[in-house]
Design a protein. Sequence first.
Length: 223
Amino acid sequence: MHADTRYHANAPRSVSFGAALAINGAILAGMIFAAPNIVVLKDPPVVMKPIDVRDPPPPPPEDEAKPVEKIQPRTSAPPVAPKPLVESNSTTNIETTTKITDTLPPIEKPTDPGPIRTIDPPKPMPLLVGPTTDPRYAQDFQPEYPAQEMRAQRDGLVTLRVLIGTDGRVKVVEPVSATSDAFFAVTKRQALGKWRFRPASRGGVPEESWKTMTVRFRIEDAR
């Protein structure tokens, strides 16, 4: 086997390698300048809040097991009460019994009060019948004409109140109005002395009562 001892020139290899580097660099530069601007946004910082971690509460204490009471079997013998600590000298004998009587004490019936009496309402008071003039004394009703009023040719009018007793006589005279004192004076004197009435009555019983009377004086009647 023979080795290849022929001479090979180095110039063309170096030129082709440099050209390849230049082309690759131009391509990379074009890609860098042609690429869009990319802005990288940073996320806001995350604030970590502390969490208060507490230890869990201890478990409640377990109830201690209660001892089981032993139930003693019932005996046929009745229980015997112990003697009192202090003995008394009482002689009172109290007997008790377990028997319940079937009969109850009789219930007493209320006594009969008898017939109920009703109270009659009060009777109304009889009406009062007023006094009237006694016709037997009608001619004595008009008084005498006063002399001074006669001379003055003056008429008169007298109104008065009289208290009539149970006997029909006038007991009190009170003036209401009068033309003059002369007219009232003769009228009062005539009423106390000569006037007679049938007295007022209530249920047939005579009573005192007041009555208003009017007396007229006219000159033409006095002539």
